[in-house]
Ligand binder design. Sequence first.
Ligand code: WT7
Length: 645
Amino acid sequence: MSDHIDNMLHESRVIAPSPEFAAQARVTREQYDEMYRRSLDDPEGFWAGVAGELAWMKPWERVLDWQEPHAQWFVGGETNIAYNALDRNVERGLGDKTAIIWEGEDGEVRTYTYSELLREVSRAANALTALGVVKGDRVTLYLPLIPEAAIAMLACARIGAVHSVVFGGFSVSALADRLGNAQSKVLITADAGQRRGGLVNLKANADEAAALAPSLERMLVVDRAHTHPPMREGRDLWWHEALAAASDEHEAAPLDSEHPLFLLYTSGSTGQPKGVQHTTGGYMVGTYLTTQTVFDLRDDDIYWCTADVGWVTGHSYSVYGPLLNGATVLMYEGAPNHPDWGRFWDLIQRHRVTILYTAPTAIRSFMRQGDDLPARHDLSSLRLLGSVGEPINPEAWMWYYRVIGGERCPVVDTWWQTETGSIMLTTLPGAHSSKPGSAGLPMFGVDPTIMTREGEELGPDDGGLLVIKRPWPAMLRTVYGDDERYKKTYWGEIPHVYFAGDGARRDADGYFTVVGRVDDVLNVSGHRLGTMEIESALVAHPSIAEAAVVGRPDEVKGECVVAFVLPQSGAEVDPQELRTHVSKEIGALARPDAIIVADALPKTRSGKIMRRFLRQIAAGKEIQGDTSTLEDPAVLERLAATEAV
Ligand code: WT7
């Protein structure tokens, strides 16, 4: 276990919300207790109450149909999440309220009121329809963090097209794989995005990926950076031209509650990322309620979730959840350190941000820059802080609380996953004390526990596997095109419970501390990467015969990538070239931090690589555990003595 985790296990600070915060909180301690109890005792009644706050074109007949492991929520009901995020807010008088404040890395600012956003999304929905996109079609998005990303997502949702957002930092092959798996006919991209003062040429990647994706018919291109990319006649169309030709009125399609809303690809323990499929009604209700209660949202908040829309956090808490609640959302396109590490504090000061939701890796990077940069900015508008994506070590938690929050803002540490769709474990900011390093208590309707692999429930303070014992509205419905994988991965590991893939423990107060993945999945800077994906990228290089990838604890990234590689006989390994190769195959996130060129890997007699030992070697630790099952235990000493390149 990493030092961070060791620290977490010994952490005993408890930090209560200030009396002022608690006094005006949306949910008090008593209300949480009462609501949580009701959400488990009468889930159908509880969720019907929440869903009833939103607009439905046809009422549901049943709240939940659970045929393990398949759930349907609000069965028979029809709704539209974009209608609820836009039209409904305009109808209740929020038309002139700012929905999105966007700032580009170069400082350009654009804002959209709810009425303006509704008109843009309507145009985009009409433009997609004019391109031949119909309900159920998959539309892939490969965009920088610009308003058009949210507009395109909402436009798809309006017509019942299923969006699949691919993070703009992903490579050509990652994009091509996702286009192919989803069989997308349309790709929405931009000429380029701004990043650290430079440009990321998305269109060039999109062109290369398109050549590998036969299903693709049309490409809509946002002119973000005016780089004049080549446009292919008959296939490519400018976004602004398509929208200009479209009407700004559009009636949102009534969609079955279980109609798929989006696919989002995420790494698992096999080489192939899975298309996590979410549907309309349950996801809408889950993100609506969690955004409102976890972030204690009020009318005048300026809410900033720093996640890119390429990740689930960007879907649920930059776009859908806050807009469903009629909130004002800040979006920032660029890097946190451009032009310097004060950029976030500058954004908060200028836009008077009240709620900040970011990742531990960002917090640790800021912490390394010292306290003066934040101290030079006015952060007094902040009233609530959130953390997501990976375990937060208590030191980083305390720094965030003290230096950014001025010991005034509660910090919520939210545990959830691409698959869960909405926040599962957290404290509610005015209701509960925080324990730095521990996510906290279950959200409404979430029934978690800690189990052994054999399915035996463990008591307080015993470390084990985090599982969820019943379905919740925003949970994934399947893995796109591979329901067997869905059943096996999530409901087949331990019978009758959802297996999250995380190790955790619960203390006597019921607080859950999630320590990290128990499968072959790494968490680098809050992003999931499968070791197998990186290994297959490595062996795809002509100089590499075999590869094994493990994670190593990292001060800033949480975990970083360490690759043990076996060269092809006679081949020279060029570490820089290998890193570039992995970036090209997957994306820069997957670049190995250390490469160890080996003459053999530690394998059992049956040929299984013992990653456990490789993790110890990568971390520079003594070898611990039984090495007698290894074919050749001497391999370990040789590896430990090899300098990484
Ligand atoms: C994995 C899910 C949830 C949106 C961003 C990541 C880890 C996430 C926490 C937290 C400890 C966390 C888990 C989880 N994780 N939040 N607050 N404390 N670990 O979504 O890419 O699907 O990754 O991130 O390991 O399984 P994701």
